[in-house]
Design a protein around this ligand. Sequence first.
Ligand SMILES: Cc1cc2nc3c(=O)[nH]c(=O)nc-3n(C[C@H](O)[C@H](O)[C@H](O)COP(=O)(O)OP(=O)(O)OC[C@H]3O[C@@H](n4cnc5c(N)ncnc54)[C@H](O)[C@@H]3O)c2cc1C
Length: 418
Amino acid sequence: MRPVRKTPAHTTDKLAELVCSNTFKSTETSNAHGLLKAEMRALGSMILECADAARVPAGSALAVDRDAFASAVTAKIASHPNIEVTREEVTTLEPCSIIATGPLTSDALAEAIRQRLGVGALAFYDAIAPIVSRESIDETIAFQASRYGRETMEGEGEEGAYLNCPMSKEEYDAFISALTTADQFHGHEFDEAPYFEGCMPVEVAAGRGAETLRFGPMKPVGLQDPRSGSRPHAVVQLRREDRHGRMWNLVGFQTRLRIPEQQRVFRMIPGLANAEFLRYGSIHRNSYLNSPAALSSHLSLRDDPTVLFAGQITGVEGYTESSATGLLAGINLSRIIGGDEPVIPPPVTMLGALYRYMREADPTHFQPMNANFGLVDDLPETIRDKKRKRELIAERALAAMAEWNESIESDARVAETS
Ligand SMILES: Cc1cc2nc3c(=O)[nH]c(=O)nc-3n(C[C@H](O)[C@H](O)[C@H](O)COP(=O)(O)OP(=O)(O)OC[C@H]3O[C@@H](n4cnc5c(N)ncnc54)[C@H](O)[C@@H]3O)c2cc1C
């Protein structure tokens, strides 16, 4: 719709304008973003082709000259014989379409989506708490329990659904002091939103008084540390984010601290000294759907499989993830129009694992997600060396993606000859 209608962040009339950083992150396949990009290349990503052409030196990261990148994408789209570019605001959901209107989806379209899917289906802000990997949590300190022994999840046995990091008074005081004095991110002007209840950054809550968190998310009531036999002074609770229990979310720790500060301050929590962050916390304007509650598995309306969603509005985070879901939405709409079923790569791939997350995540706690290894199925064997383990996961993913791609291309060949 640009430049006819502007957004608070974009400044040009180019397609694929990168509004903030100019990087698609790592190219190494032992990195989750690197693996996702390798999978996209296997599927012939036009976005990555343009990024390669606009690449600037940035070590192993794929960083681009943003003008050259957006110009390349715009030229490619505008010169394609089957594409007509119409610059106007879309305000209705029409059959045979892909809605990829991003975190700053216009109000009129957001309203149309809410009318179709229900008011709870589309959020306008995300308040994201960090997620750490299970294997990086020190289980000689963190203990599994639910408050008063309640909220135990089915199949969890007697131990409770949460991992609890206990704090002494000294540890709590030092933590609050570090939290309230840490360096925070101050976003774009439009991003300075008033905080909603339940969306307040943990450092803002802590700044209201030394005891505020101890009466909020860090309250120790109903919990007993099995090692000391007594109630801790304060507790940080972690809730599992995925079915396999590989990703754990710091409950109530949505934050605007800068990333190095999140590492420094949250590693002060007993049990998290060596925490591996699979996702960092953040809070910003973001229109996104509650995909597990509202969409089909290929991210379409449930009552019309030809209206697909892609990009950040589906609940993925980041340029690479958004482009990857756009690529799959294109493949699927083309298949549907050609009379084939929509398809999703297997969950051993990063793209397939992202789609699985958006299908199977708990709708009551759904938050946007970036590519990370916690989403992908584990290897059958135990590998201690983390880098080696990721390389093997990446090898498996790329082999699976090649096989999957071959199967959908052969569907396309059959369709062409029939
Ligand atoms: C301020 C800001 C900074 C960000 N920084 C980063 C970053 O550094 N790194 C990163 O990886 N991600 C960043 N993101 C997230 C980033 O926006 C997404 O990762 C990515 O751009 C999403 O791609 P998309 O195609 O889903 O949406 P977008 O890139 O936002 O594209 C959506 C397009 O739809 C248009 N549109 C909206 N409503 C309508 C409508 N009703 N009709 C027609 N067109 C419409 C918009 O004008 C826009 O051009 C940032 C987001 C914001 C808002």
